[in-house]
Design a protein around this ligand. Structure first.
Ligand code: IPE
Ligand code: IPE
Ligand code: MG
Length: 247
């Protein structure tokens, strides 16, 4: 089935966010160590980023490492960080060739120094690209992001820079890591898990959710297209009735 040709190109979402899950179980199924799954997961990232470009997506956010993932065994964390550095430095040329701009959300400062440096370098080298914005969520926790936003706002109130009455949900957006990024219309999670794992809790208030049973290393751009086709079959009512929408 060719899903790409079924996509209504005039109604492609502007932002898709993906919880890339299942690398470890995929590796186990192949009788290999977990890191083998993470390495193969990079191939899926490449395919999905390519696919996102093909359908003219503006933002693709990938949950690559959560704050909670620091609790994993040291060797796995170290291997993931090493993989991150290698992948970023390998992919910068391709990102530039494909007009992709790299952005990040999360606590970059908590990453090993070489990771942070490599990421800053890649963001700088791709900052003028005007195609897809690829947002990597790294050492990211939605609750921390929200708490940090509250702290910044509280500070500005206490310094009389803003008034309590100025606090609205629109202005709150500006204090999040995703300040300049539109909310995702579609959130995908792979590997048959049905939870959010502390990802974009504020931003997905009205996102459509899509769950795939595939482990992340088996997920390709064709699966992304399939998710978009499914998304386009849904009616987003935003609290209204179906009749109101068709009028
Ligand atoms: C997702 O795959 C990648 C990261 C969280 C870094 P997992 O490593 O969570 O794989 P499973 O869920 O154990 O199969
Ligand atoms: C969520 O996956 C984080 C990422 C995909 C980076 P996890 O595999 O860490 O989620 P839980 O712990 O099973 O909920
Ligand atoms: Mg997992």
């Amino acid at each position: 089935m060719d899903y790409k040709s079924q996509i209504n190109t005039s109604e492609v979402p502007g932002h898709i966010a993906i919880i890339m899950d299942g690398n470890g179980r995929w590796a186990k199924e192949h009788g290999k160590p977990r890191i083998f799954g993470h390495k193969n997961g990079v191939l899926s990232v490449r395919s999905v980023v390519e696919g996102a470009g093909e359908i003219g997506l503006k933002y693709l956010t990938l949950y690559a490492f959560s704050t909670e993932n620091w609790k994993r065994p040291k060797v796995e964390v170290a291997a993931l960080m090493q993989l991150l550095v290698a992948t970023i430095s390998n992919e910068v040329a391709a990102l530039n060739k494909n007009n992709v701009r790299l952005l990040t959300i999360g606590d970059l400062k908590s990453l090993p120094g070489n990771c942070e440096k490599e990421l800053q370098k890649a963001m700088d080298k791709t900052k003028n690209n005007t195609g897809l914005s690829l947002v990597l969520a790294l050492s990211y926790s939605s609750k921390s992001e929200i708490v940090n936003a509250v702290k910044k706002i509280a500070k500005e109130v206490s310094e009389n820079k803003i008034d309590v009455e100025d606090i609205t949900d629109n202005m709150f957006n500006n204090y999040l890591d995703t300040a300049l990024i539109q909310d995702p219309e579609l959130l995908i999670r792979t590997s048959g898990e049905y939870r959010l794992s502390n990802f974009l809790l504020w931003q997905i208030a009205y996102s459509e959710l899509y769950f795939s049973d595939k482990f992340w290393p088996d997920f390709t751009k064709e699966d992304l297209f399939k998710a978009v086709v499914d998304y386009q079959s849904r009616e987003r009512r935003f609290g209204m009735t179906s009749e109101q929408l068709s009028n």
